[in-house]
Write a protein that binds this ligand. Structure first.
Ligand code: FMN
Length: 207
């Protein structure tokens, strides 16, 4: 079984979301001895840009025109990232909240891999269909101030609903989430961590 761990934190060994993703992976290893882990560190590993040439390549597909040689080459680079993504049976994502949304690097990853015919299909009558079926995802969200139920002056979380919606969009429906919140403005962070850790360990039963 192939597991792709996508680390969207820039904080390396200080990352709170990564700490929980690692707990999940340790538990998973204890449960199954056949898992192969591929870790994609979005802030360190090679991730192509998705700019003028790539969006031109995408629109050429939409409009049924031939891609230029330059567009084809950029498209092949995006395809390599998609293939690495599509190969996995299980996804582990750890995602910090940045300015009430997700870190830009994760959105870049989404924009690279979410392509017609790869991640989704489209039909004029039925609309979109996700193509990455029969996969499961474990997702950790961490935020420093925001927590569910906090007063509006303390921010919002557009990251976790967007991320869940995107997973559904590409066909991943079996999603299990843990929220480690808040990680900074918190007088009892150890207890908040222990609760999140307990939830993480309990969720392993779904995998
Ligand atoms: C660029 C940046 C933006 C942030 N924006 C928010 C925010 O909008 N709301 C919040 O509650 N915390 C915010 N934080 C705090 C992080 O969400 C918090 O430190 C969390 O633990 C980050 O996850 P990590 O430890 O895995 O990197 C921000 C941190 C950084 C570095």
């Amino acid at each position: 079984m192939k597991v792709l761990h996508i680390n969207a934190s820039a904080r390396d060994d200080k990352s709170q979301s990564l700490r929980l993703a690692d707990v999940f992976i340790d538990e998973f290893r204890k449960k199954r001895n056949d898992i192969i882990i591929d870790r994609f560190d979005l802030f360190h590993d090679e991730l192509p840009e998705f700019g003028a040439i790539a969006s031109g390549a995408k629109m050429a597909l939409f409009t049924g025109t031939e891609q230029t040689a330059e567009q084809k080459s950029v498209w092949d680079n995006a395809r390599a990232v998609f293939d690495r993504f599509a190969e996995a049976d299980v996804y582990v994502f750890n995602i910090p909240l940045w300015n009430n949304g997700m870190p830009y690097i994760l959105k870049q990853f989404i924009d690279v891999v979410t392509q017609p015919g790869w991640a989704f299909g489209f039909d004029m009558e039925k609309g979109y269909t996700g193509l990455l079926t029969n996969k499961k995802a474990f997702v950790v969200h961490a935020s420093g101030v925001y927590r569910d139920g906090i007063a509006p002056n303390f921010g919002s979380d557009f990251s976790s609903p967007y991320f869940r919606d995107w997973l559904n969009f590409v066909g991943v429906e079996d999603i299990h989430e843990v929220k480690f919140m808040p990680t900074v403005v918190n007088n009892d962070i150890e207890n908040t961590y222990l609760t999140a850790e307990k939830e993480t360990k309990a969720l392993i039963s779904h995998f």
